[in-house]
Write a protein that binds this ligand. Structure first.
Ligand code: MRU
Length: 352
């Protein structure tokens, strides 16, 4: 069974409400940019590529229903600006907004309203297929690179958060590498961290692994260093934004995994499409880190677990310095050391 986070056909968009997983499988209709924004902000849909795709598709369905009227360009601009503000750390929505705005403005030089509407919808629809294709390339490049270090053995991978079909248009990035290894018969086991406070690992990655028959073991976030010492692990995580020097923002807890991996001499890989890369920022210090509400820590599924009144700091992401990314950055264009990334992507990415 392949999980579908996003169900789209012309004029209709449904998203799997990931807040209800793994206990309930409920698809919700997204009819407008406002619905898309709410779904992203509330984390019914999450994961850097999926945020951008759902955001843009929410615009496509509203355009399909005739929104924008006589001033379609202003409508597209305002909608993209609103969608980009929902979650600040992942660059994918901002990049898609920039590219789509440029495309729309160019179209408007020669086309009328209905024609612009049609071509903008077409541009957005192409994102779905492109993302799945890129993820399959990431999976393939990543698996080959990891296996080149162990020509005959199978490998044990540790991952954090959820980077699979639920976080993308399909297949996944870091979890795509795991899928590729599994389909080659070279995955011994996947260790997934529970990923507090939102439990994307326990709820989503574990669910994806079980649905696809991937041998997987759930560990608490605090077991990761021990697992590295005992289980012969390679670490592969995703990214929300990779900047020019190779520093990488990903789900909070990634940084300490990278430090522990370095301590144990274990390869640490980041898997991300080029759409998650942002060469306009020089270093990770420039990345805006989203802070989420205190209740995500003080309660689990609505049940209070913390001493009432305690102060809370809840950053959703942290930055892994490029020096700790020892395996490489796996993209749809190949696997690069952080120091090689900028040269590899220059000329292939639109400026942000
Ligand atoms: O807060 P989330 O669930 O959106 O965080 C997701 C992550 O950090 C993922 O690792 C990242 O977006 C890559 S998804 C392919």
């Amino acid at each position: 069974m392949t999980l579908e986070a996003i169900r789209y056909r012309s004029g209709s968009l449904q998203i799997l409400n990931q807040l209800l997983l793994p206990h309930e499988t409920v698809y919700e209709e997204i009819r407008s940019v406002r619905d898309g924004y709410e779904a992203i902000k509330s984390m019914k849909v999450r994961g850097a590529p999926a945020i951008a795709i759902v955001g843009c598709l929410s615009l496509a369905v509203e355009l399909h229903a005739g929104a924008g009227g006589d001033d379609i360009i202003s409508f597209i601009r305002d909608s993209l600006c609103h969608l980009t503000s929902a979650r600040p750390t992942a660059v994918n929505m901002g990049r898609a907004a920039r590219e789509l705005m440029e495309f729309s403005e160019n179209e408007s030089l020669e086309k009328n309203g209905p024609q612009i509407r049609e071509s903008v919808i077409g541009w957005i629809e192409a994102m779905l297929e492109r993302d799945v294709n890129d993820n399959k390339k990431i999976g393939n490049y990543g698996a080959q690179h990891i296996l080149s270090g162990v020509p005959r053995d199978s490998v044990t991978i540790l991952t954090h958060c959820n980077t699979g079909s639920l976080a993308t248009a399909g297949y996944g990035t870091a979890l795509g590498v795991v899928r590729s290894l599994h389909s080659l018969g070279r995955l011994k086991r996947l260790f997934c961290t529970e990923t507090r406070p939102y439990n994307q690992g326990a709820r989503l990655t574990a669910y994806e692994a079980l649905s696809e028959g991937i041998p997987a073991t759930l560990i608490t976030d605090s077991t990761a260093a021990l697992a590295m010492r005992e289980k012969g692990i390679t670490v592969v995580v995703g990214a929300d934004r990779v900047v020019a020097n190779g520093d990488t923002a990903n789900k909070v807890g990634t940084y300490q995994l990278a430090i522990a991996a370095k301590h144990h001499g274990i390869p640490f890989y980041v898997a991300a499409p080029s759409t998650s890369c942002d060469l306009s920022l020089e270093s990770g210090r420039d990345i805006v880190i989203e802070e989420r509400p205190a209740q995500e820590l003080t309660a689990i599924s609505g049940v209070p677990v913390a001493a009432p009144g305690i102060d809370v700091w809840n950053p959703a992401f942290d930055v892994t310095p490029h020096q700790l990314i020892t395996g490489g950055i796996i993209t749809e264009l190949g696997v690069f050391l952080p120091s090689e990334l900028q040269a590899a992507l220059t000329g292939r990415l639109t400026a942000l």
